[in-house]
Design a protein around this ligand. Structure first.
Ligand SMILES: [Zn+2]
Length: 272
């Protein structure tokens, strides 16, 4: 089994929004802000190739936005970087057998669409799109607080593809026994966290529960999280389990690291 990071377009977002109630003096050490207080975030997918099937966890933000929106979200490149990164691995989007989506916020699912200039149509013509039942329900009926994070046109195209697989529970029969899901509600209801059993131990695609190394610290949340206290509780339950099993975390938004082990210091605090 091969697991590879697949870099997508990067974005620049307000650092305070990314770090919730953490003071700037703290987060600025982890993510140096620019003159507009924005920090750089990766939108990285994870490729899992078991020799038989190629599964992509998420698709990044892509470039489906019109240029003025692209500017607002700090997406500087107009080319679809994820497709170029796949090409570097010798793959095209039509080689992918499945895309597992933790949730349908645009910075995780927008890369399923072609570039704005190419009509923002659904790519990955052979893939099944695996989405959690509650994450799908949320995307269909968002709360006003996070409505702007979804792409209604993408939802429609996923449905019309006939290849949408809604999973309700810990397993997908198609993915098989090497895969399991953890569910989380702190960031958005029904966030689907895929864990794959690699040859070197479990790897968890941490999505927006733990978007990068600083958020391994249990109290650190994002301003975008719907239920921050619940998210803190979820991390406090999950990290001891991952630590005990020698699991590693795969980060989508950390610009400097794709994969890290979960460690615990002498005071019992977790870090990457
Ligand atoms: Zn999100």
């Amino acid at each position: 089994m091969r697991i590879a990071p697949v870099e997508g377009n990067r974005q620049r977002l307000d650092g305070g929004a990314m770090y919730g109630n953490a003071p700037r003096a703290l987060w600025a050490r982890w993510s140096p802000p620019d003159e507009q207080n924005r920090i750089t975030l990766a939108c990285r997918a994870m490729l899992v190739d078991d020799g038989r099937r190629r599964v992509l966890c998420e698709a990044g933000i892509g470039t489906f936005f019109a240029p003025e929106q692209r500017e607002r979200f700090g997406v500087t490149e107009s080319r679809h970087v994820l497709l170029d990164s796949l090409a570097e691995l010798g793959l095209r989007h039509d080689d992918i057998d499945a895309v597992v989506l933790s949730h349908l916020h645009f910075d995780h699912a927008g890369g399923l669409l072609s570039a704005h200039e190419e009509g923002a149509r659904l790519l990955f013509p052979r893939a099944r799109f695996i989405v959690g039942a509650r994450a799908w329900a949320r995307a269909q009926d968002p709360h006003p607080r996070d409505r702007a994070s979804f792409i209604p046109e993408l939802n429609r195209q996923l449905e019309e593809s006939g290849r949408l697989e809604i999973v309700d529970g810990e397993r997908s029969p198609w993915l098989g026994s090497a895969w399991r899901f953890h569910l989380s509600d702190g960031h958005t209801p029904g966030l689907l966290l895929a864990e794959v059993a690699s040859d070197d131990g479990p790897v968890l695609f941490a999505a927006d529960l733990i978007p990068g190394r600083p958020w391994v610290h249990v109290p650190i949340t994002m301003g975008y999280d719907r239920f921050p206290e619940q998210l803190v509780d979820e991390k406090a339950r999950l990290l001891p389990d991952l630590h005990a099993r020698g699991a590693r975390l795969f980060f989508t938004h950390d610009p400097g690291a794709a994969l890290a082990a979960v460690k615990r210091d002498e005071k019992g605090r977790y870090f990457a």
